[in-house]
Design a protein around this ligand. Structure first.
Ligand code: IMP
Ligand code: MG
Length: 180
């Protein structure tokens, strides 16, 4: 794990995130308007702030569940091999499911999770990612809804970490290493 000093430059303000979530939740509510109970699945740990804000904007009956998949270690590189560290508590067969991810980067994590959940025969399976780095993609996948497309920068805040730090920032910022 790197201990190189860095600063964080704001990229997306808390206000812009909140405004985008309002728009997205309206689209999602329309998509799932006929549902009797939507299961919103947060991918731990990076999506915990996003899912908290998103479900409070959703005017729908929802259940919340979590799944933890590993792909990054404590560094900045995807390991490409995705393992399930914590599975859902509930069954999703015949149910409407929305997977909530923090960032789609190479695409390995989201595609692995969606394939796994698809094999459990949900009625409808959709996904949303707060951030997308399209230039980094190695697996051909896109979330059904994306908050913001961003360039190839390492970002933190709003639930997202660098070596487990900075998850508690209210905004999204990019990590910039400073000379030491
Ligand atoms: P993928 O499997 O390469 O698409 O990786 C997705 C996961 O990598 C995300 O859920 C994040 O947890 C993590 N990740 C990707 N980019 C960043 C970043 O810029 N900062 C922190 N974590 C990131
Ligand atoms: Mg993640």
């Amino acid at each position: 794990m790197s201990e190189k000093p860095y600063v964080i430059d704001q990229m997306i303000s808390a206000k812009s995130i909140a405004a985008r979530i309002e728009d997205l939740s309206r689209e999602i509510a329309t998509e799932f308007s006929g549902t009797n109970k939507l299961i919103v699945v947060g991918l731990l740990r990076g999506s915990f702030v996003f899912i908290a804000d998103l479900v409070r904007e959703l005017d729908l009956p929802v259940e919340v569940d979590f799944l933890e998949a590993s792909s990054y270690g404590d560094g900045m590189e995807s390991s490409r091999e995705v393992r399930i560290l914590k599975d859902l508590r509930g069954a999703i067969e015949g149910r409407d499911v929305l997977v909530v991810e923090d960032i789609v980067d190479t695409g390995f994590t989201l595609s692995h999770v969606l394939n796994l959940l698809k094999s459990r025969n949900p009625a409808k399976l959709k996904s949303i990612a707060l951030l997308d780095k399209p230039t980094r993609r190695e697996v051909d996948i896109r979330a059904d809804w994306t908050g913001f497309e961003i360039p190839d920068e390492f970002v933190v805040g709003y639930g997202i970490d660098y070596a487990q730090r900075n998850r508690n920032l209210g905004y999204i910022g990019k990590v910039r290493f400073t000379a030491d």
